[in-house]
Design a protein around this ligand. Sequence first.
Ligand SMILES: [Zn+2]
Length: 68
Amino acid sequence: MERKEVNAILVDDFADFLKANNLFQKFSIGNILCSKCEKSITTENIAIIYFDTEYRFCCDDNRCLEKL
Ligand SMILES: [Zn+2]
């Protein structure tokens, strides 16, 4: 995946992405947090992955998406 920002990511791609970046362990224990509200990111609420010195994640809450 070349793009650094991924919209409407597919769940399978998300799992692969996490594994490729050594984040899957962190994810599986609920330590991947929304960069805006700090809610745990799950396959249910992941909306956007973006890059800002490191990978950051945003949940699908409109209030969070508006702040991006
Ligand atoms: Zn959020």
